[in-house]
Design a protein around this ligand. Structure first.
Ligand code: NAD
Ligand code: ZN
Length: 379
């Protein structure tokens, strides 16, 4: 089968790889209809992780079940399914508590498993024609009969719509509160949509790309361009000097300049500065753990500027981590089905799998108009 294979820093190729097949009784095999490129893929694409050349990318997968193992009873051939990017077992103590991003069974050691991800197990990604899904009964979310008609909306259920939602929950957002979101990438825009649906009174979105800020404005958010003036000052001006009730970090470690210098991430200090005393901060942007044995560049990724003193003095709280997609995807699917959520307004490109190398290049460079790419292996 064809798949998007990592070849080295900023180099992916579409190549033939062994077909996905049933390996365990609880596996299902899914024919991929939509698989998205994510900001998380860029950590690996840019060569900042130990993701091995030859590995297949792709953790945002939707498709049709074509084969089920003998241990599968709920999911049937022909079902249209959304696949959470985290792979859970369903029965460990973390999965039972809804913390499927920290499953203790599927990839023991670190806690948490995912498709096509560095440090999250040996599971090939779904930027391919087919995908093997472990614990299929648990990990497949069935889509309703409008699966084809609303395919663009449902495609965002495997990761970023639930992740944006999770960020607002980590921040503790309540109806009527204000929130500032750092990052108008796909994840930040989903956090903005989630906050809007949950009844935030004011949603401010910080970035420096006018095309991305315009997408935030389109759903009624206040765009804040941090290349024009301090984002902290701009948020304070919007909130009578108090600061936003809640803040979301949807940026993570960034290196904008291809082959260029590192840009220090200031979002954590900006959040502490622009969120009110006793406010809450959610962090879904990825900061890779410090690797004591790694190369210099790798070792720096987990350490960023953070004013612990001001954070403490303001009595703020913070929540972090990978999103537990299964905790949200059923309800968010229902919102899409009912027509009450249409996350697909951020999708900029729908491309066949063969065009993945070109799409990676544009998305990585944050080229104008390349906000969210969905790949269609069956096209
Ligand atoms: P992205 O890189 O496309 O978007 C990031 C945006 O942040 C860009 O538009 C960029 O211009 C902007 N930005 C950069 N520096 C900034 C700053 N200092 N202040 C404000 N904005 C700034 O990526 P994405 O797909 O939106 O993902 C964002 C982050 O979320 C990534 O780190 C990704 O790995 C992570 N992520 C986490 C989870 C999870 O479960 N926790 C899931 C998906 C993605
Ligand atoms: Zn993703």
């Amino acid at each position: 089968m064809k798949a998007v294979v990592y070849n080295g820093p900023r180099d992916v190729k579409v190549k033939n790889v062994p077909d996905a097949k049933i390996e365990q009784p609880n596996d299902v095999v899914v024919k991929i209809t939509t698989t998205n490129i994510c900001g998380s893929d860029l950590h690996m694409y840019e060569g900042r992780t130990d993701f091995k050349p030859g590995g297949v990318f792709g953790h945002e997968n939707t498709g049709e079940v074509v084969e089920v193992g003998p241990g599968i009873s709920r999911i049937k051939k022909g079902d249209h399914v959304s696949l959470p990017f985290n792979i859970g077992c369903g029965f460990c103590k973390n999965c039972e508590a809804g913390l499927t991003a920290f499953c203790l069974t599927v990839y023991p050691g670190m806690a948490g498993a995912a498709y096509g991800f560095a440090d999250m197990g040996p599971f090939p990604g779904g930027q391919a024609e087919y995908l093997r899904v472990p614990y299929g009964d648990f990990n497949c979310l069935r889509l309703p009969d409008d699966a084809r008609e609303k395919q663009d909306d449902y495609a965002l259920l495997s990761d970023i719509f639930p992740t944006g939602w999770h960020c607002t929950r980590l921040a503790g957002l309540q109806p009527g509160e204000s929130v500032v979101i750092y990052g108008a990438g796909p994840v930040g825009l989903m956090a903005a949509l989630a906050a809007t649906i949950q009844g935030a009174s004011k949603v401010m979105v910080v970035d420096r790309h006018p095309d991305r800020l315009a997408l935030a404005e389109k759903i009624g958010c206040i765009p804040i361009d941090d290349s024009k003036a301090s984002p902290v000052e701009q948020v304070l001006a919007q909130t009578r000097g108090e600061g936003a009730d809640r803040g979301c970090e949807c940026v993570g470690y960034q290196c904008h300049e291809p082959h260029g210098r590192e840009i220090p991430n200031l979002t954590m200090n900006n959040l502490v500065g622009s969120v009110r005393f006793t406010g809450g901060i959610g962090v879904v942007g990825i900061f890779l753990p410090k690797d004591p044995g790694g190369a210099d560049q790798l070792a720096k990724q987990g350490e960023i500027a953070f004013d612990m003193g001001l954070f403490w003095f303001k009595g703020q709280s913070i929540g972090t981590g990978q999103a537990n997609i299964k905790h949200y995807n059923r309800h968010l699917r229902n919102l899409i089905h009912a027509g009450r959520a249409k996350p697909s307004w951020i999708i900029s490109h729908r491309l066949p799998l063969d065009q993945a190398p070109n799409a990676y290049q544009h998305f990585d460079a944050r080229d104008k108009g390349w906000t969210k790419v969905v790949l269609k292996p069956a096209a």
